[in-house]
Design a binder for this molecule. Sequence first.
Ligand code: NAD
Length: 522
Amino acid sequence: MVSAASIYSTIFPTVIMNSAKSPDALSTAQLLINGEFVTSRTSEWRDIVNPATQEVIGRVPYATRAEIDAAIDAAHVAFGSWKNTSVGARMRIMLKYQMLIRQHLSRIARILSSEQGKTIADAEGDIFRGLEVVEHAVSIGTLQQGEFLENVASRVDTYTLRQPIGVCAGITPFNFPAMIPLWMFPMAIVCGNTFVLKPSEQDPLSTMELVKLAVEAGVPKGVLSVVHGGEEVVDALCTHELIKTVSFVGSTAVGTHVYRLGSEHGKRVQSMMGAKNHAVVLPDADRTHTLNALVGAGFGAAGQRCMATSVVVLVGKTQEWLPDLVERARTLNVNAGSEPGTDVGPVVSRAAKERVLRLIKSGVEEGAALLLDGRGVVVKGYESGNFIGPTIFSEATTDMHIYKEEIFGPVLIVLSVPTLDAAIELVNRNPFGNGVSLFTKSGAAARHFQSEIDVGQVGINIPIPVPVPYFSFTGSRGSKLGDLGPYGKQAIEFYTQTKTVTARWFDDATVNDGVNTTISLR
Ligand code: NAD
């Protein structure tokens, strides 16, 4: 294998890197092709930057077309034998994999925090939520079973096979570099498919640690491959004739592009996309529990969760709770994710920070009331970090940019309405449908809400209702394209092709019942 240093020196003139460190001191995100971790031969690289310090901690390649093709070809060849590998063997790899993830969880969480910015505890949660999917994958022996019905006609039986579909691709976002890749490849692989992963180019190092553990757990060569890069790699995956499915998680603009391009090229595609998640608060809700939940869900992970609460809808008298909400948010500790006691870490990049600041400015200019302004936050020892403190707007309207756009930063918009039905109407008018919450002590109100709200994932006194892996992630409307979500039963459907067999067996005693030229009425 060619060393990172020699590749680097050959291509140095065209490399996009700013690090003062020598290439050997940096983590190079490698490609995984046909079971080998290799350094890309590309001339295009990107820095991986610690969002709290701006320190360049690694570099990631934009894989060449030849490398992408090699990964897909290897996955195609591996499918030939992997699809016939026994269910027990596949289960045992997942059993070992979950054990290895547990053993390495703290170490990977530190890497994740350093490249993504979230707190160590939150990084551990990111890995843990993915680990739960791997644990569930161990149950494939019951999850992938087909159906059987005897005597659908005289001496005729019908049964279904849930067969793996072939080479599957996954494209993942920066905000959950552990959980979201783990939503995808363990379920795809355990069903008997092979998988080509394209992690986020912003924070691929923790994803690669999880990939290394998968190989250590026994995933055979070619069954899991990784290619890094951006638009060109994504487009190649969406159009390559050997790719059968594409799973995408990320922004609405890119997810829509991926859905269209993949579908046009005959792939089965699922795109989980952007969001604007409302939390509706009724006057009978438990005040302390509710306010704590809103602050945690609005500002945790610096608001960079697709299920973060981004709009609080105060119903009736709960408008009086607003000052209390602001005071609780003000007490949050903004600091580097690696520092103990941090509540809110930096956003992922300078570009992300600039975008959030632009949206806050637009809110002020459009006339919303800025009750808490996190723009001027300076963190001692981390002066160049991408920090934004908790920010709260009230008196916003639904035509303002801060309401219409996904901000993906620590910014809460507070709206007020007179009744629960007015809140339901407001939420249902918003095009997104990822998550929504209701805070109340009334079972009748909760039941009315869950029945009438047009959002795919509903929390009742739960601020971030992400389902555990025995269910599926069921975002809806503008937050999703494609019918089936990741993990759980829907992932089994997504990653398998149902084949229906109708069978009749003759025995020697079968009488000759002649030629029948009509469709059977029996
Ligand atoms: P993104 O869309 O910028 O990137 C996602 C992936 O697409 C990355 O791998 C990236 O390399 C690739 N990509 C970026 N630009 C591309 C282009 N022009 N053409 C082809 N591919 C491209 O998203 P992000 O900023 O990494 O993640 C944040 C977004 O993800 C937010 O909108 C968030 O709501 C969403 N998200 C959604 C869910 C969900 O389940 N609905 C979960 C997590 C994140």
